[in-house]
Design a protein around this ligand. Structure first.
Ligand code: FRU
Length: 482
């Protein structure tokens, strides 16, 4: 595309693949992320959506249904295999969600401090527009997981009737913090897994026999730890196989660049301007006038050292967003064949309030494409923004707890987008024009090819599919059940 007057050009990225163990971390640069504003419309009426409809999630109606009356539901994922296929198990679709009790006396924004993994199931041939997901309750028995809250992860069906649940074991130490939602003793976070059994019969799906294993703690070198930053991020494991490295199992996760918070100095490669670009910032400018060095998100990579997936080693991060954004959450790798070649899409969610000084973008899902798990990733649409909530990016950033009433009422309509096979993007409803959510959004369809994404507005009703539509594409078991 033609450069936007007044803006720098995006960084050049080759998409070249490196060995997964190589010491190469792709950069989501300031020059890249500045393309979000370069592509945003400066002439919209205040509080409208300033982004292209191609990267904007259609508006969720205010009268959305609650998925469950007893629990709030947010981050959600399907039962999958190592290739991101979504598995129908003996005729049932199964999904896993962070849940919190709606009636325990705390508010929706305190859900993180009370999070448990719950699960839902529904007949594979159900009508997604009419048939509700059945709530199966908490996945793990009380007080059996590694931490005292359970945060996001992913669930893989293993041989036979076993599942491996990869999750974030977050431990809060401060009851006041748990109830008040922040400000107290910083929590610990480790990546853990639980191996258990899945059962299905005519009545539904149950799980039992979970054995929990701690897998990874941040090392403080590649991945920042709590001593270095009480607000560190280390969570959201997602495991997968890579056809280019048969026999290996990899994990991507959310991390921050190792080192003490505030010590980081932005580097030329974090800025990523092309030589001679008249709109480039200088390193000195960024490192003295902005505070951008406080934002140090990365997407971590680990490799399993044994077949049981109980032992893992860290590899260098595959992406960093130093001096761009502080959180790249719930990363996932989606491999798609394009013109006979495997293209690796890295998707990750991020917020407007975690952007660094000088950067602006919406809450939503961001994407990067390359030729391997470790690549010089090209941000989708040149900017990284794949699909955002309707937002007027001409106005300053807000947080979901305190939105500016003049902003677009749907700027926080959805979060925690998860890209499923066929480009179906599922998310949860957070705040639709003041109505708080806690339920799954209508699924939308995002076509992506050649590093370009586009919301399919012919899908469903004006681009909105059924609420909580997480269809399966691979059947396992099911003798006589369907
Ligand atoms: C995304 C997220 C995840 C985390 C969870 C905690 O919505 O921040 O990174 O696991 O929510 O509730």
């Amino acid at each position: 595309p033609a450069p936007t007057p007044g803006f720098p050009l995006p960084s050049l990225h080759t998409q070249e693949a490196y060995d997964p163990a190589a010491d190469f971390t792709s950069k989501w640069t300031r020059a890249d992320a500045k393309q979000i504003m370069a592509q945003s419309n400066t002439n919209v009426a205040p509080g409208q959506n300033s982004m292209s409809p191609d990267v904007t999630m259609p508006e969720i109606p205010k009268d959305f249904p609650a998925m469950n009356d007893d629990v709030w539901v947010w981050d959600t994922w399907s039962l999958t295999d190592e290739n991101a296929n979504q598995i129908s198990y003996k005729g049932w679709d199964v999904i896993f969600s962070l849940v919190a009790d709606r009636h325990a006396g705390y508010g929706f924004d305190q859900r993180h401090w009370n999070a448990r993994i719950g699960y839902f199931f529904r007949k594979t041939n159900a009508d997604p527009a009419k048939d509700k997901w059945n709530y199966g309750g908490h996945l793990f028995l009380d007080n059996t997981s590694i931490g005292n809250t359970e945060w996001s992860g992913s669930t893989r069906l293993m041989q036979g009737n076993k599942v491996n649940v990869f999750y974030t074991a977050t431990t809060f130490y401060d009851v006041a913090e748990r109830n008040a939602g922040g400000g107290g003793i910083a929590p610990d976070a480790v990546i853990a897994k639980a191996l258990g059994n899945i059962h299905a019969n005519q009545d539904g799906v149950t799980f039992d026999g979970f054995e929990h294993t701690k897998l990874l703690e941040p090392d403080g070198k590649l991945y920042q730890n709590k001593a270095q930053n009480p607000g560190f991020a280390f969570r959201d494991p997602y495991t997968f196989a890579d056809p280019a490295h048969p026999g290996k199992t990899f994990m991507v996760f959310e991390g921050n660049t190792g080192g003490t918070r505030g010590d980081y100095k932005c580097k030329q490669e974090d800025l990523g301007y092309r030589p001679g670009d008249p709109h480039a910032e200088t390193l000195d400018q960024v490192n003295t006038t902005t505070g951008a060095w406080y934002q140090t998100a990365n997407v971590g990579l680990a490799v399993a050292d044994n077949k049981d997936l109980t032992k893992w080693s860290f590899l260098p991060p595959i992406l960093s967003a130093n001096c761009v954004n502080d959180q790249t959450e719930r990363p996932q790798i989606f491999i798609q064949n394009e013109n006979g070649k495997n293209k690796y899409y890295l998707f990750t969610i991020s917020h407007q309030f975690t952007y660094a000084d000088g950067m602006r973008g919406p809450d939503g899902v961001y994407g990067f494409v390359g030729n391997g798990v470790r690549s010089d990733f090209q941000p989708v649409n040149n900017s990284g923004l794949a699909l955002g909530s309707p937002t007027d990016l001409n106005m300053p950033a807000n947080a979901p707890e305190g939105p500016d009433p003049r902003q677009n009422g749907r700027q926080f309509q959805a979060y925690s987008h998860y890209v499923q096979p066929g480009g179906l993007v599922q998310s949860f409803i957070d705040n639709v024009d003041g109505v708080r959510g806690g339920s799954l959004s209508p699924t939308v369809k995002m076509n992506f090819q050649g590093g370009v994404t586009q919301v399919d507005r012919t899908f469903g009703k004006n681009g909105l599919g059924p609420f909580g539509y997480l269809p399966t594409n691979l059947r396992v078991g099911g003798e006589g059940l369907y």
